[in-house]
Design a protein around this ligand. Sequence first.
Ligand code: HEM
Length: 544
Amino acid sequence: MERSTIVVLLAISAIVYAFYKVTKRTVLDRIPGPASKSFILGNMGELMQNQAGLTEFSWQETYGNVVRFKAPFGMDRLLVSDPKALQHILMTSGYRWRKYRERKELSRLTSGKGLLWADGNTHKRQRKVMLPGFGTPEAKNFLPLFFSCAATISRRWSDILLTSENQSCVFNIPEWASRATLDAIGQAAFDYNFGAADDHESELGKVYQNMLLKTFGSPSDGTLIALELFRLLPSFIVEFINDYNPMSRLTPVHKVTKVANAVAKELVSTKYNALLEDKSKHDIMSLLVKANAGENPKARLTDAELISQMRVLLLAGHETTANSLSWLLYELVRNLDLQRKLRAEIRASEKVAASRGDSELNIHDLESMPLLGATVKELLRYHPVAIHMFRMAHEDDVIPLSTPITTMTGEILTEIPVSKGTRTVISIPAYNRNKELFGEDAQIFNPYRWLEPDHVKRGVSLGPFANLATFSGGTRSCIGWRFAIIEVQAFIVELLSNFEFSATPQIDKVRREAAIVMVPTIEGEIEKGSQLPLRVTFAPKGGD
Ligand code: HEM
């Protein structure tokens, strides 16, 4: 059959299905939301093509924390940022809300059939084996390793600065951050040094660079529609199309799959051999392989699943922290007073460490730095790098609400009854800017809110950290959150201790690009990849 015929058939099926859905009346019809721009695309363009969070903030301001909007072909969808609703969908309902099939497919493409892809019992089984590597003691033990990865950047930058005019240079922060955090996850998770920060020719470093942005940044109308149509096809056909599609957009993921699979395969076999020879180490993957060997054969992960978990860690473990670090430096050049105060706090802690005879801060030192703690919390609230979570009701359900909504017919709803198949988009940025929880200034980056009594309200309990949605919550919450926080803290301490950062003229053109994760780019230069050019000079030693 001709390709065009298939497309037409798919489109007709979608329209028939949509007609049935559109004419079937549900409570969703009465929930207020924006008018649809077109039947084919609905409001999906506004939501997915705009800078991260912008559309959500304006909908939240106008309609509240639950907004009905139109997906392609007239389908109703809910954008949710209401605290109780999020707690229900992510935490208390267990696996009654699941990822959409086409979104799982994006996870499969980027990291295989591992934890980000799995659902239900498969997810439960995979997660149980993964967890032992991610406890608090394990994360804290990695602090010296994170300092040493950050020190690699310091060394490289110092060498460049010493030979440059006025000892001042502009560095593209995301590029360096991505390589250094790839090294950090390599050593912490696999006890393997990819050497990406030192060697800009490192193959793994190269294939991951800008992979998410090139594949998922600024999705076209056609891509958004195709994603909806993929729902109508069986998974194996969609997987086949994506794996063999020569479309240039998918080339970066295909390259990552090839290189990362080869690296992961070799590492899994090394870990197995070490276990057999009783020479297992304490990296996350060794713990995983060990935990797996101890499981009953039915619950055990297959070799293919182990390889996928490694790819999940490679991806989830470095793009997230690298972009978080970039956004933190973005805020610190826009707020030089905060940068100075943080450096002063770091200097004071360095003095305490030196008086003990230590050349490096330890985890207690980090925990005793209130401004550092507050700044990282505010970073995670204000710049949550994961933007959306897509969840579909696996059975009929009732979504409870913190704030009742008034329907278009004047009815007040304190909960929303939904039928199986109802689709929600959870907005992490919108929840994190809820004024009732985080204060009237929730739209402003202000770390001091965390140091002032009563500025942040308790609200319903959500997620593993600071009641933020940043790391999701419940059965699928981020398993690397402790790891991420300690890593960002270590990097910022090392970098601020050695360098001063200031803005370049491009700072006002920085965009919060939505590419599954939130990536900094420069307006009009998206084809150049992730960019945040900042001027770097040596930091004054001693007091500032
Ligand atoms: C600031 C950094 C990070 C943020 C904001 C973040 C955020 C998230 C979010 C929102 C999810 C849920 C995704 C979904 O259900 O659709 C998630 C899942 C996950 N994250 Fe993170 N993450 C971060 C760092 C890390 C790190 C450093 C690691 C590993 C070392 C990691 C490993 C994972 C894994 C394995 C999952 C899948 C969990 C599951 O489905 O059971 N993350 N993360």
